[in-house]
Write a protein that binds this ligand. Structure first.
Ligand code: KIV
Length: 279
């Protein structure tokens, strides 16, 4: 199957086709998302919370993100792989940002990187894009700086805040982003931004008028037992099924019902006889 490219993703907006994006943090999830036909596999820094058990995304490191991105890249044959740049890997200076973004492509075979910020990150985005690395922007609720935003809250609710989001989106487009994630913003504002820019907008808690949608995989299948935001739709609840399966396994180990003969290896009678004589 042919691998999707940046122009394929951008063309979807022009053709009026929606874009599907989902987080993947490891090889099995990459295989599942790819087999199902996802357009973009995002190695989100949300892995800090849903995979590594941290309280926020801030502490995940470059080495951890590279490790997971490598596994995802090995698992896809069609989807575009976007790697989230962790907090601190692009904020200190442009040369550091270029160096770290380059590592995702060279060492982990990502196709693009994602970073959080709007007007304040425009120069950094431009420099990374000029270095030949496609960038997905991320505005609205930006989890890495959620504390400064007053917590995990819907953004852009006042006219002034909405105008700032529009300015952020335009600045990211002018800087060369190939798409922008819009997180937790009122649907009418996401619709305005989507109309204002030529590049695709990918919504998460931003309504149906975005050019595509992204969800955290562990949330959408009910695998994560922490807080589930209002904008998440749980398509299934696998956690309960897995807990039941593990409980059943424990019970069968305790009662010796597992393993059965069908899970065991046998030996030829004559070899057993020989063994008895050797003893
Ligand atoms: O890290 C992540 O999963 C994300 C998505 C919420 C867009 O950035």
């Amino acid at each position: 199957m042919r691998k999707l490219t940046i122009p394929d993703i951008v063309a979807k907006k022009a053709n009026g086709e929606k874009i599907s994006e989902l987080t993947a943090y490891d090889y099995p999830w990459a295989r599942i998302a790819d087999e199902a036909g996802i357009d973009i596999a995002l190695v989100g820094d949300s892995l800090a919370m849903v995979v590594l058990g941290h309280e926020s995304t801030v502490c995940v490191t470059m080495e951890e993100m590279l490790h997971h991105t490598r596994a995802v890249s090995r698992g896809v044959s069609r989807a575009l792989v976007v790697a989230d740049m962790p907090f601190g890997s692009y904020n200190s200076s442009i040369p550091v940002a270029i160096e770290n973004a380059t590592r995702f492509l060279k060492e982990a075979k990502a196709d693009a990187v994602k970073l959080e910020g709007g007007v304040n990150m425009a120069e950094t985005v431009q420099a990374i894009v000029r270095a030949g690395i496609p960038v997905q922007g991320h505005i609205g609720l930006t989890p890495q700086t959620a504390t400064s935003l007053g917590g995990f809250k819907v953004q852009g609710k006042s006219a002034e805040a909405a105008q700032k989001l529009l300015d952020d989106a335009v600045a990211l487009e002018e800087s060369g982003c190939f798409s922008i994630v819009l997180e937790a913003i009122p649907a009418p504002i996401a619709a305005l931004i989507t109309e204002a820019v030529q590049i695709p907008t990918i919504g998460i808690g931003a309504g149906k008028d975005c050019d595509g949608q992204v969800l955290v995989s562990h949330d959408m299948v009910g695998l994560f037992d922490g807080f589930t935001p209002k904008f998440v739709k749980q398509y299934t609840r696998v956690r309960g099924q897995i807990v039941d399966a593990v409980r059943q396994y424990i019970k069968e180990v305790e009662t010796s019902d597992f393993p059965g003969v069908e899970h065991s290896f046998t030996m030829r009678e004559e070899e057993m006889e020989k063994l008895k004589k050797l003893q």
